[in-house]
Write a new protein. Structure first.
Length: 277
């Protein structure tokens, strides 16, 4: 890996902040980071960290080895095209914009029917904000082994990474891990409310629910056994857990979850088609 990495953050919001917090001082200096964002307050915060900034794409992009696109999908096409004049043959483009296929980005960056395929599309999730994220990554054909290694290193600054084959697989990543924190938060809300229903204080229910979820996921991570085996070990015949799980099964909760994930994946594909037109 080269030293003194130069990095452009195109969009200076929360995910860009998360990336920078993991990279500045470890992988690059603040002075090596150029942030493009139209917000005066946002740019002021970045400048206070020691980065350079601009309200719109400018010539300093040509000196950046890696471009991170972290803008809203609705403006992605416009912003990518604005950046294109400063693209170099060795620029690695990494997109964390939701719903935008890598092929669309390649087309916007290319010219005369020749897409620019040195592009990695990523789907992080919100735990990246505390360096506990999960990011799915898909590389286009122009990304070589060195670029893949660099992209992986950069995204590991905010958590774990998983390479998948293509944009269709990124839609599945979106449905499972991109949207997944919301499923977890919904379950936690319900579990806390159920604890209060049974006479616990809100504070007690919150502590129990959060600690239980954290412990169970850690056990599933560290154990060589599958979640199904771990579940069976907790479930004594005729016991309290069996009574609770019987209700889940009667209400079809596992089917509901699978249907919900499938709906999220379908919607991810729809958004990709909408924003890439």
């Amino acid at each position: 890996m080269e030293k003194g990495l130069s990095l452009a953050l195109i969009g200076g919001g929360n995910m860009a902040n998360a990336l920078a917090s993991g990279l500045i001082g470890r992988r690059c200096a603040a002075a090596d980071v150029h942030v493009i964002d139209p917000g005066d307050d946002t740019r002021a915060r970045w400048e206070a960290l020691g980065t350079t900034t601009a309200p719109a794409p400018d010539a300093r992009l040509s000196g950046c080895r890696v471009w991170f696109f972290a803008v809203k999908p609705q403006v992605m096409a416009q912003v990518v095209r604005q950046c294109r004049p400063w693209l170099r043959p060795d620029t690695l483009v990494i997109s964390i914009a939701a719903g935008i296929p890598g092929s669309a980005i390649a087309g916007w960056l290319g010219a005369d029917g020749a897409p620019y395929t040195r592009v990695v599309r990523c789907m992080p999730n919100t735990p990246a904000l505390i360096a506990c994220g999960m990011t799915g990554m898909a590389a286009l054909s122009g990304v070589d082994a060195q670029d893949r290694a660099l992209a992986e290193e950069l995204l590991r600054a905010v958590g774990d990474v998983l390479w998948v084959a293509d944009d269709a697989a990124i839609d599945a990543v979106t449905a499972v891990s991109g949207s997944g924190p919301a499923y977890v938060f919904l379950f936690l809300e319900a579990l806390m409310a159920a604890g209060v229903d049974q006479g616990l204080s809100p504070e007690q229910a919150r502590q129990l629910a959060l600690a239980t979820f954290h412990g169970a996921t850690q056990l599933a991570t560290l154990s060589p056994d599958s979640p199904a085996v771990l579940r069976e070990r907790v479930t004594s015949k005729g016991g309290t857990t069996a009574a609770a799980l019987a209700v889940f099964q009667q209400r079809g909760q596992t089917d509901i979850l699978r249907e919900a994930v499938a709906a999220a994946a379908r919607r991810a594909g729809e958004l990709a088609r909408e924003f890439s037109d």
